[in-house]
Design a protein around this ligand. Structure first.
Ligand code: SF4
Length: 423
């Protein structure tokens, strides 16, 4: 019988992530320095990546119960929340674990090549430039990043160095081992049980539609998960709703990234050629068509004090459903330096803690369900003392981006007025 040793995770026995620069990684939750650790699609097949030195090392450590720096995010979540992606995956795959690890030798070599789950990021093409994102994950960010670099000069800490920015325009997962990516996937997709589409924005990518249509035509209904900004359901001649309506609903996970409502959403996510109204309409269309959505909120210094309002918006608009105990939402915390919640003054963080605790009680009275487990890690982060250096950087970043984008954060998010005392 398998017993959790605190380090073991099923991912290195099931999963590969293909990034938009061709980099192959073992997990999107690992620390960023592990991106591409398994090699590149430009010169490696997926089977070669499967038993690359880094992958074998992960397996070896996990079987031995050695904790790795790479998986710190999961261990931290477990320390504050009890659960993490690692423990949740263990629970949902508990009956498979022994067969998964059966053919793994002492060096971590696994001869089963059971790549059953892929995370695919065809490119960084995106129509949003969310304040907590970057040009590596959004083409719309590029121009602002160049301007910020210019304004902030060498003192800037946003990471938009010339070297970084000049490496981005080539980012596209156009081939895997010399074969066009979609063709490669078509040939290798038959034993895939699960695909995550992320980006950029997958719903404005030709490759996504080509692959999805291929899967439908070939009756290959695996589990699909979408990380989408929910701004476009129609793209060129495609209407994703027509395709999703052909897919078994229980095998479709739609995770819209929604961090705010109304003009606050427009400011934080800065959409181009679309507005919050379009997103709201798309949420309505999908819920009315019986799709269960799981909104993903990224908690930052711009919205952490508004989490109850955002979740009540989902509840009031039928996005949260009883069959999922009204807990079909998820909250991630940003690790961005200046946008981390510890950049906020004590008074605002304490108010946020109080507000979240009160919300959890009233939500339970209203629905009969306790959703407080969704907030544990947020409360832990809010209890971290204010970091004045981060506060100063938040003020600087906000002022510089407001000037570039012709926006006024303090007008749209009046809760941040208190920051001005640190200017
Ligand atoms: S423990 Fe967490 S970070 Fe590590 S591979 Fe598993 S899910 Fe990814």
């Amino acid at each position: 019988m398998f017993k959790d040793n605190g380090s073991f995770c099923v991912k290195p026995w099931m999963f590969l992530m293909l990034g938009h620069n061709g980099e192959i990684s073992a997990c999107a939750k690992m620390t960023t320095n592990q991106r591409g650790a398994l090699g590149s699609t430009k010169d490696k097949t997926l089977n070669e990546a499967w038993n690359s030195p880094a992958m074998m090392e992960y397996r070896k450590n996990m079987l031995a119960g050695n904790k790795m720096l790479a998986c710190t995010k999961c261990y931290n979540r477990e320390a504050t929340n009890g659960d993490s992606p690692r423990t949740l995956l263990l629970k949902s795959n508990i009956d498979k674990i022994e067969s998964l690890i059966a053919n793994t030798d002492k060096d971590g070599f696994n001869s089963d090549y059971n790549i059953s789950w892929l995370d695919i990021r065809f490119s960084n093409k995106c129509n949003f430039k969310c304040r907590m994102c970057n040009p590596g994950s959004s083409t719309a960010w590029m121009q602002d990043a160049h301007k910020l670099k210019k304004v902030a000069g060498t003192n800037q800490q946003y990471g938009f160095t010339e070297e970084y920015l000049s490496s981005i325009p080539d980012k596209k997962l156009d081939t895997v081992n010399g074969v066009a990516t979609v063709d490669y996937l078509k040939e290798n997709v038959t034993k895939i049980e699960r695909i995550n589409f992320a980006g950029g924005e997958p719903l404005i990518m030709d490759e996504h539609y080509e692959l999805l249509n291929y899967l439908i035509v070939n009756n290959n209904y695996c589990n699909l998960t979408y990380h989408t900004n929910m701004s476009k359901l129609k793209y060129k001649n495609w209407n994703v709703l027509d395709l999703w309506n052909k897919w078994p609903k229980e095998k479709l996970n739609i995770w819209p990234s929604i961090d705010e409502i109304g003009e606050r959403a427009d400011l934080i996510r800065k959409v181009t050629n679309t507005t919050w109204t379009d997103i709201e309409e798309n949420l309505k269309v999908l819920t009315e068509n019986g799709f269960v959505l799981e909104p993903h909120i990224t908690a930052t210094a711009y919205n952490v004090f508004r989490l109850p309002e955002i979740i009540m918006y989902f509840y009031n608009n039928g996005v949260l459903v009883k069959e999922r105990r009204y807990a079909n939402f998820s909250i991630e915390i940003t690790y961005d330096y200046q946008l981390h919640v510890s950049s906020l003054p004590d008074s605002l963080r304490n108010e946020s803690i109080l507000k979240i605790n009160t919300f959890c009680n009233t939500f339970k009275d209203l629905t009969g369900y306790d959703v407080s487990f969704r907030f544990k890690h947020i409360l832990t982060a809010l209890n971290i003392p204010q970091d004045i250096e981060k506060t100063k950087q938040l003020i600087k970043f906000t002022a510089e981006l407001d000037a570039i984008r012709n926006e006024d954060t303090y007008k749209v998010i009046p809760e941040l007025e208190g920051l001005k005392t640190y200017m």
